[in-house]
Design a protein around this ligand. Sequence first.
Ligand code: G4P
Length: 526
Amino acid sequence: MTLQQEIAKRRTFGIISHPDAGKTTLTEKLLLFGGAIQMAGTVKARKSDRHATSDWMNIEKERGISVSSSVMKFDYRDFEINLLDTPGHQDFSEDTYRVLTAVDSALMVIDSAKGVEPQTEKLMEVCRMRNTPVLTFINKLDREGQFPLDLLADIEEKLQIECAPLSWPIGMGKRFKGVYNLYRNELHLFRPGEDRRKTNIISIDDINSPELDQLLGTQAQELRDDIELLQGAANPFDRDEYLRANQTPVFFGSAINNFGVQEMLDAFVELAPPPGIRAAAERMVAPDEEQFSGFVFKIQANMDPAHRDRIAFLRICSGKFSRGMKVRHHRIGKDISLANATIFMAQDRAHVEEAFPGDIIGLHNHGTIKIGDTFSDKEPLKFTGIPSFAPEHFRRVRLKDPLKSKQLQKGLIQLAEEGAVQVFKPVNGAEFILGAVGVLQFDVTMERLKAEYNVNAVYEGVDFTTARWIRAKDRKRLEEFQKKNQNNLAIDAEGELTYLAASEWRLQHTLEQWEGIEFLKSREYK
Ligand code: G4P
């Protein structure tokens, strides 16, 4: 198979949703269609990552499960699908943002009773930043929910994206009869509690056919009215608009009943984009270039408790990966051999012989790989757009045993490189300050400092609530700023100067005072 053919059959995507909308359930059904899991409950087992910290820790201890679910590879029809898991808990949203830099499209799951929820909005913002095409699945039609047209209006209004329904529900809750597939002009009948079978699909060329009345009774006319209304009100589907991220095709169904899922998956593989051109700092990189290239978007530690190893997840952007190949690790200027790369199948990880753009491979990392690192054949490249966000929560770390300060430093720097937490060294003061987007990150950090670095430390509260990275063109002005603001300045793990403020109001005040100094809310990994 040629490189182009390999690229054309790959779909790499992530699911975005607010917790409880049904992401886990849907993932499981998708994997079932791909024949990737026989047993229900495999994915479900890690759902508790959004519950209490203790649950999260436990689940992280069962690395076997969490790893194989971080990236799930499965085949469906002629397609090879990479589904990247995004942590459901908003405290780990930084991780989610970074995962979204490695996908080519996203699937948004919405609870039909709740409509667009806060976490959906946030994740959608990230998709919009990158113009990621989004396909929508409105879930839980077997329950009473909002009216479909109201749901579309809600999405359009809150998420600023045009909706183009490709299926339409017939009733909901107790009256839920099925969906009419507008994409194929087929009626799909729903029988609660049963897995949907092919026999429940009825093709109807003419929506006015009396057969529809026999099947749906009075709801047939309701469907006709809805569809007539839709023709006037809804946007016709336009694939280019979807690919440009201006429009989202919408499907309705019930994940738990496995209803509407396969229709959505069929449309997804046909419509969603294969791996495309990606921006590097130097130039645009096309997937079918001969030269291998990829970037690291996630690092996960100690996935195998026996080895205390770290795995860096690399998304291939161009060329072909083959086992044992030598690539250039540009940040440290060394050639390394990718001998033990791992690919993540749904149940297992396996050694890869070859992999192509869109695939995710796992590299063993002994502390030399950071988030954002680019690997390629020879040409120096640096893929862009992997964000780090200004933390909103802060803690000071105080060591219980002062002799462990070296281990603490090592531990914190490695955890920062993994993106688990942000680390700041105050310009005035010896103790590290940690910053996080979600407070659970602190608990995880402390637990890991203990378990992996044998460091016993405690947190103390600290008077900061917000941070900004500092840039300035005028060196003199910068020096002056530094001199006057010593108590609020720190250096982060990448050596970047950061301003820490006690409140938004203070920040605003400083900002107004210091013209010529830039205060950045997010920055890219170096
Ligand atoms: P998440 O990963 O997005 O957080 O959601 P998850 O799949 O865990 O689903 C959240 C809850 O919604 C679960 O119920 C799940 O069974 C239910 N659910 C998912 N899809 C549907 C659907 O199509 N219809 C209905 N009625 N419910 C659905 P739970 O009670 O929280 O968990 P469980 O006891 O079922 O495990």
